[in-house]
Design a protein around this ligand. Structure first.
Ligand code: AMP
Ligand code: MG
Length: 364
């Protein structure tokens, strides 16, 4: 299949691509489009065969439900049995935006969309192209991240192209996604609101408007190794975001972090390819730590990926997935990744980083 890649950089092209994408979705096809979190692979959420195509193209396990994207609160209400006050407050406060609400579904939402669950996950994205696409398609759009299952989510059109060129009819390439991590998934189907996946809207922000909000134990990786335990968000049991190289988390105070990185670089083995995913301050300190401007230590790193300043957590969050993809492209075998405080967006960043590391403990 030929994949059209259209850059909506003029009004005329935007019009053309939105109409084309909306028409494809109405016909039951699947297209890739930008949202403020990551790129989505979208199809008509109420059409079982369109949703089946999404699962097939991504290689997504059938029990991992899709998030349904809507262009208005009214559209969301049509998909659920009830709309509790918590949903109203969250929608008013955080929609359009990176927050997904899980509520009991009505029958028009096919079982394939909800992965066989009796709840549905709904979000109203804030990216203007995503909102306009949903409105023009005239149906809610089911869209998981537009990556092959198991790869990092795509934060640039180029990442979608790498995974799906030749497999979908159309990619709307609008460059970088602003948030760069997936939405927060908040379950409102139980007694107490429960965060199933941390994301763009933080626990602190949700607590501030809802009072009591809990965090699903699966978020921290506290999953029993075997047995019948099932995380409430089925996707949380899969090892997503996995690069091919081993990830080692670099933590501690500044001196400890520098020493950890230096020790690994100094004991680099033949054939090993090392990447540093570090804050700018750490990179500067590493350079300083090498006497007389001797760059021999730092030059042992095969890839140096700056996450931005330590003081800008949102920027680091938006760069993580790109860094992980780059590590694979450059055949990196060891990734030394600096940790972030698990607060605010740092909780989502660490959740993704730890998942990528397979929840291995700091090995340095
Ligand atoms: P993705 O679309 O790849 O960003 O993943 C969507 C996430 O939302 C996965 O972790 C899903 O398991 C989760 N999710 C979607 N629908 C539901 C639902 N009805 N109940 C609980 N979790 C859900
Ligand atoms: Mg995904």
């Amino acid at each position: 299949m030929e994949t059209k890649r259209i850059y909506p950089d003029t009004e005329a092209k935007k019009e053309q691509v939105l109409n084309e994408a909306a028409e494809l979705i109405r016909r039951g096809e699947v297209v890739a489009f930008p949202t403020e979190t990551v790129y989505g692979l979208g199809g008509d959420a109420l059409n079982s065969s369109a949703c089946a195509k999404i699962f097939e193209i991504k290689g997504r396990p059938a029990d991992n439900p899709l998030i349904v994207h809507v262009a208005s609160v009214q559209e969301a209400k049509k998909l659920v049995k009830n709309w509790p006050w918590e949903a109203e407050v969250c929608a008013r406060q955080f929609w359009p935006g990176p927050l997904t609400l899980v509520l009991p579904k009505v029958d028009i939402v096919p079982d394939i969309t909800s992965g066989g669950l009796d709840t549905v996950a709904i979000r109203m994205p804030s990216h203007p192209l995503a909102l306009e696409l949903i409105a023009r398609a005239g149906c809610p759009i089911a869209a998981p991240s537009a990556n092959i299952s198991g790869k990092p989510s795509p934060t640039e059109g180029e990442h979608v192209w790498q995974d799906f060129c030749g497999k979908i009819p159309l990619l709307i390439d609008a460059g970088k996604c602003k948030v760069g991590l997936e939405s927060t998934v908040l379950d409102l189907s139980g007694k107490i609101p429960l965060i199933l996946r941390p994301g763009g809207i933080t626990w602190e922000q949700l607590n501030a408007v809802l009072g009591k909000v809990e965090l699903d134990p699966a978020v921290e990786g506290n999953l029993p190794v075997s047995g019948s335990f099932k995380p409430k968000a089925p996707g949380m049991k899969y090892r997503h975001y996995a690069p091919q190289g081993e990830i080692v988390l670099v933590s501690g105070d500044k001196e400890q972090r520098i020493a950890q990185i230096a020790a690994r670089l100094n004991s680099k083995k033949a054939g090993e390819r090392i990447a540093l995913l570090c804050f700018e301050e750490t990179i500067a300190a590493l350079k300083e730590a090498t006497p007389n401007g001797d760059q021999s230590l730092i030059s042992k790193a095969d890839l140096m990926f700056p996450l931005g300043s330590r003081n800008n957590q949102a920027q680091a969050a938006s760069r993580l997935f790109k860094a992980l993809r780059l590590c694979d492209q450059q055949k990196i075998s060891l990734i030394l990744a600096e940790v972030m405080e698990e607060k605010g967006i740092g909780r989502a960043f660490m959740n993704r980083l730890k998942k990528a590391a397979g929840y291995k403990k700091d090995k340095l």
